[in-house]
Design a protein around this ligand. Structure first.
Ligand SMILES: Nc1ncnc2c1ncn2[C@@H]1O[C@H](COP(=O)(O)OP(=O)(O)OP(=O)(O)O)[C@@H](O)[C@H]1O
Ligand SMILES: [Mg+2]
Length: 284
């Protein structure tokens, strides 16, 4: 029997989304159990050191946690014996200072983006410009916002410095329709006989004055797929903008989002993808 260990996201990394994030992990656990796995779930906050993982011998780890301490523990304890989703390295790759260069290198269409040190002078910018902390995603007010003046950037940099955040991302503002997307199973190969296929959904973010700029769904799919591959993510989601003139840009990619509108369907697709990948590994 496949032993599966699920680890919840750190509450600190789920601002206003704690329940949504927990639900998808729990439903995935249930879907794995229905497919014959023995499933254990742990809160990230319960795992402070290796002893908190003692006695666990998972073949498959499915995790939404993101902090380096726990990633390191999972890698050390289970990296060589278990299939880990998303892989530890791919979760690390979602930190902005790793993500931006990787996506740029892969040729993923993005707004113009510069990673800068928050200790240096405020770079010249075209306003508004998005200021984003250079490491993890938004955890509180001021982490991600559109700055309209240089002093606003200066203030944000000072706040980042005081919190030990060394880099910031300055990103071109792209006006347009905000798209949310979710994907599963794009990092590795699909099955030739078609019995394993990646899963993908997109929708317009609610509460916006939609312009319905036309864009190619295939381009969106291709951009998100190449972004997921560049980071190594099997379970991912993010934001894109469809702008005037058919311009489509990816603005954010997250490991294992909440899949809020598609939870039941997504949890089954995730469970099947992870089991498929785990069995492939056992065969290899
Ligand atoms: N370059 C941009 N152009 C236009 N809008 C942007 C841009 N960057 C960010 N935004 C807006 O800000 C939101 C949050 O940005 P982003 O997804 O990069 O940050 P985050 O840290 O992941 O925050 P969240 O957890 O809220 O998604 C986006 O969903 C979008 O509405
Ligand atoms: Mg985001």
């Amino acid at each position: 029997m496949i032993q599966a260990l699920g680890i919840y996201r750190e509450v600190l990394h789920s601002p206003d989304r704690e329940t949504d994030d927990s639900r998808i992990l729990e439903l995935t656990g249930r879907a794995l159990a229905l497919r014959g796995c023995s499933v254990t779930l742990k809160r990230a906050e319960e795992i402070g050191g290796a002893s908190d993982l003692a006695g666990l011998r998972p073949d498959l780890v499915f995790m939404m946690c993101e902090q380096e301490g726990i990633l390191h523990l999972v890698e050390e304890k289970f990296g060589s014996r278990a299939q880990v989703f998303n892989s530890v390295e791919s979760v690390r790759n979602t930190y902005r200072f790793r993500m931006i260069p990787r996506l740029q290198q892969a040729g993923v269409p993005m707004p113009e983006s510069r990673l800068v040190s928050v200790s240096g002078p405020v770079p010249e910018s075209v306003f508004p410009v998005w200021v984003k902390r250079g490491d993890v995603h938004n955890t509180r007010k001021g982490d991600v916002f559109p700055a309209r003046t240089s002093p606003e950037i200066d203030e944000a940099f000072a706040s980042f410095r005081s919190r030990g955040i060394t880099h910031a991302l300055l990103q071109e503002h792209v006006p347009g329709d905000l798209i949310k997307f979710y994907g599963i199973g794009d990092a590795g190969p699909a099955l030739e006989d078609g019995s394993f296929r990646p899963w993908f959904k997109w929708f317009y973010h609610k509460n916006q004055d939609l312009k319905r700029h036309p864009f190619s769904e295939e381009d969106l799919r291709e951009a998100t797929r190449s972004a997921a591959r560049a980071l190594g993510l099997e379970v991912y989601g993010g934001d894109a903008i469809a702008a005037a003139g058919g311009r489509l840009v990816l603005i954010d990619l997250n490991a294992w989002p909440s899949f809020a509108l598609f939870r039941d369907e997504a949890s089954r697709a995730i469970a099947e993808t992870l089991l498929y990948r785990t069995r492939e590994r056992v065969k290899a």
